[in-house]
Design a protein around this ligand. Structure first.
Ligand code: ADP
Ligand code: MG
Length: 548
């Protein structure tokens, strides 16, 4: 009996598992070479030809346009990591891929997927306990540690060259926005300036709006400014339908124009009546309206980015209005100073001494657009880890130290588990070692030598022993200042395990329509082949066709 429509495709049992595991592994494989201080970057070109050069796991995966459902579950691991911590996106995905790889071997020796899932879950729980126990306490006023954490997150990224300065800026930014309610990272704005070198980046209290005032006759600055944030246009609305206005004599035309002017004047009057000093407008401002605003001595900026509108509103206490008719004084925000200043050859509007939320802007400079974009991503990771550290107060050494320690302790723990799940716990332990192994590989070291050395040092009780990717030596990472928040590891372990378990438990894939991965007319086709065909790091995926 056929219950599925003709177009749907079904893959069941072992084939489904193999297909999904391969898709998940392919995703992990694609970001593996970027891991660590010596990881390489990727260049991603979208269908419109725009280019992104990055080392950031979650950015790579988002840009890759992956459409295999199981592969997407792994992409989600990096997205969760990004949301929860901001850093560790590559590690999380690489661990998930390795958990799948290890599981594949267990499945081949006829261990049931449910058993593996149970073993993995137990191992993950235990792993979290172990790292929590081993974590080092950091107090909020230990600036030295915070700087180390901020800079570890930027290692190996475009920001590397100016990492010391940027770490200072990141720590200052987070400390500036921290209040009784905690740390809202949204209050740290990043303004990118192309031109100038990275080490002239700076931190400004307040918001920098990437626009100039719209008319030369407007004041350059104003103190004790009342600010309106208007997400609309100071223009006379164009009629929806193409209307043709027939004028029979010049006075009629004049009347028509006068009417438009009157409407614009009325809009500006609404701002004047509310006692506005500065208005940030999301859309355009008509020439005539610009003139009236200048006459009224109001500073105005047009086509202000949505994120800038929000930042101004948040920090000055203004309400974003979409209709001027609703404007009252209550909607206005306040800043001690709004002024136009030059930065990197561009004029921008600085909104400083803000009243409401503490808000700061990190002005990031770099030689080219691609450079500043990548520096911005590194800074975002760095902001995330400093916040996580202040919130949790716990850090771990980096360089593969915690993973090596976990592998060691989990192998011991496995003995106490017994049964077939023991094998899954052991597999989990092996999987975690993918981090030090990959750090070594990417640094051009012999990964076996490095692992052997790491294991023996941990066996000897050195919890903090990790791999110095620059020298190849195994050193005490904490002493070296390579530290990461505990949450980077616990979150990575949690999401990677959840995703791997979810994928393992699937034994039937029913797809309405064409699931690209299972086209059977092309032997060499592979899971998610469509979306990722152009990516590197997918070697070893050929031959998948045979399994389907
Ligand atoms: P992720 O997206 O997972 O954060 P990264 O490319 O940032 O990927 O690499 C993070 C890994 O690099 C972590 O395991 C971290 O401990 C390690 N790492 C960072 N700095 C160093 C260093 N100086 N020496 C060795 N390992 C480092
Ligand atoms: Mg990182």
């Amino acid at each position: 009996m056929i219950v599925l429509s003709e177009d749907s495709q079904r893959t069941s049992g072992k084939d489904a598992q193999t297909m999904n595991i391969s898709a998940g592994k392919a995703v992990a494989e694609s970001v593996r070479t970027t891991l660590g201080p010596k990881g390489m970057d990727k260049m991603l070109v979208d269908s419109g030809g725009s280019v992104v050069v990055t080392n950031d796991g979650v950015t790579i995966l988002k840009e890759m346009d992956i459409d295999h459902p199981a592969a997407n579950m792994i992409v989600e691991v990096s997205e969760t990591q990004e949301d929860e911590v901001g850093d560790g996106t590559t590690s999380a995905v690489v661990i998930a891929g390795e958990l799948l790889d290890q599981a594949e071997e267990l499945l081949d020796s006829d261990i049931h997927a449910t058993t593996i899932a149970q073993g993995y879950r137990q191992a993950a729980e235990k792993a979290k306990e172990i790292v929590e126990e081993q974590a080092i306490d950091v107090s909020a006023d230990d600036r030295e540690k915070l700087l180390q954490i901020a800079s570890t997150a930027m290692t190996g990224k475009g920001a590397e060259g100016a990492k010391d300065l940027l770490a200072e800026l990141v720590v200052d930014a987070i400390l500036a926005v921290q209040d009784d309610d905690g740390i809202d990272i949204e209050n740290v704005n990043v303004e990118k300036v192309v031109g100038g070198s990275i080490d002239t980046s700076e931190l400004i209290e307040g918001v920098v709006v990437g626009k100039e005032r719209v008319h030369d006759n407007m004041p350059y600055g104003v103190e004790d400014a009342k600010i309106a944030v208007f997400d609309g246009a100071l223009e006379v609305k164009e009629t929806e339908i193409d209307a043709e206005v027939n004028v029979t004599d010049p006075s009629q035309l004049q009347e028509f124009l006068d009417q438009e002017e009157a409407q614009l004047q009325e809009m500006v009057d609404q701002l004047v009546d509310a006692d506005v000093d500065v208005v940030f407008v999301g859309d355009g401002i008509d020439d005539m309206a610009q003139h009236y605003l200048a006459e009224a001595g109001i500073i105005a900026a047009r086509r202000v980015k949505d994120s800038d509108l929000k930042a101004v509103a948040r920090s000055t206490g203004a309400r974003v209005i979409s209709n001027l008719d609703d404007l009252t004084e209550d909607d206005l925000g306040f800043a001690g100073s709004v002024a136009q200043k030059d930065i990197g050859g561009d004029e921008r509007l600085f909104v400083e001494d803000v009243e409401d939320a503490k808000s700061v802007t990190l002005v990031v400079r770099g030689g080219t657009e691609h450079v500043v974009d990548e520096v911005e991503r590194a800074i975002e990771d760095s902001l995330g880890v400093v916040r996580a550290t202040l919130e949790d107060g716990k850090v771990l050494p980096g360089g593969g130290a915690p993973e090596t320690e976990l592998a060691l302790q989990l192998r011991d723990f496995a003995d106490s588990v017994g049964g077939r799940e023991q094998l899954a716990v052991e597999a989990f332990a092996d999987a975690l070692e993918v981090i030090p192994r990959t750090l070594a590989e990417n640094a051009g070291l012999d990964s076996i030598d490095s692992l052997v050395e790491l294991r023996s040092r941990h066996d000897g009780g050195e919890f903090g022993a990790g791999l110095d990717a620059y020298t190849g030596d195994v050193i005490d990472m904490e002493a070296e200042g390579v530290v990461e928040p505990l949450r980077v590891k616990t979150q990575a372990i949690e999401s990677a395990t959840e995703a791997a378990v979810m994928i393992l438990r699937i034994d039937d894939v029913i797809a309405a329509g064409d699931l690209r991965a299972s086209t059977d007319d092309d032997d060499d086709d592979m899971p998610a082949g469509g979306g990722m065909g152009g990516m590197g790091g997918m070697g070893g995926m050929g031959g998948m066709g045979g399994a389907m």
